[in-house]
Design a protein around this ligand. Sequence first.
Ligand code: SF4
Ligand code: SF4
Length: 399
Amino acid sequence: MQTNLAPKFQSGNSAAAIETILRKCVHCGFCNATCPTYQLRGDELDGPRGRIYQMKQFFEGEPANREILKHLDRCLTCRACETTCPSGVKYSHLLEIGKHAIEEELPRPGWDRLRRAGIVWFINSGWLFALSIRMGQLFKPLLPGKLGEAVPARQQPLARSAGQHARKMLMLAGCVQPALAPNTNSKAVNLLDRCGIEVIEISQNLCCGAAAMHTSNAALGLTQVKRLIDAWWPHIEAGAEAIIVTATGCGVSVQDFGRLLADDPDYADKAARVSELYRDLVEVVEAELEAAQPATAARRVAVHTPCTMQHGLGLNGRVERLLEKHGYTLCRVSDAHLCCGSAGTYSMLQPALAAELRQNKQRALGGDRPDLIATANIGCQVHLMQGSPVPVVHWIELL
Ligand code: SF4
Ligand code: SF4
């Protein structure tokens, strides 16, 4: 697409990226075919091509307005459009720049800023979040329908192996996973211990910054990223060979640290090293279990590969292959490329669209009568559990 950026966007850190991304888009519209919000709403303005066009108009001088922001806010940042795009348009990068620039020109109303800040504060609070989940679990039968469904059943905490090994890997604890599904990391720790790997999990309440960035608070997000790097750095210097993340939503964020801090003189090198060391759990486990004998588990499982895993990290099909090798029968899942509606904080900010997407996803996952649904991200796991007749687990629980 030809571009003619307004003078105020012709300089600055993002000028080259805006120009390059916009120029790559040839307006073919292939991306609309795989966009969940375009499918639901059937409105060009709620598809990637239309969103790119609206941002183009803004970057070319049209004043910021609430209509553009409304359509950008409806985007899940699932990146299905990036996987589909034949021209390699980095839509999510443009969206990040575009939303930030629009919000600078036209700040969100106070109530919207407040609710966004409240969501992030609650998610990052650690103790308050854990206490709320525990109370919710205790009083689950008394909670009204939707709220009760949103609280996952309590997991009986697994004992963690504490073996010491020469091989060491760092593992992100995460903000919400320790309260919602503590056994995901415990299972991973125990399995890796059997493979001769000692896992170091920093117990402080540290966030990868994703929640803040999803809610338009990039400054807080970057501060959290730096805090996490500071906590990991001594272990990296001591020889930790990888950084494992068991939730792909956080993983895609850690993988991006290098880009996010590329212009920071104090953190650019460290952030790049962290991104280099990042591994999704499936990459580590499949490498460690390569020589394992195929097993027969004889259970039918439907896999929901999170968008962050398939479109963000490019690891589509890896969980399926691992589970199949370990004896599970894979169920057919239609429209597997579509988002389940969880999408970070999206299910809280856009609850109606998120609920519609969940219903569609549950139907697709349940179509081939699985015994279990497996996924790789705590957000998707908890979102899909709500109202599901089939248990939803992290795939590591099946090995
Ligand atoms: S983003 Fe890609 S697929 Fe979508 S309209 Fe532009 S070039 Fe076509
Ligand atoms: S990121 Fe997802 S929801 Fe957003 S435009 Fe692309 S496909 Fe549509």
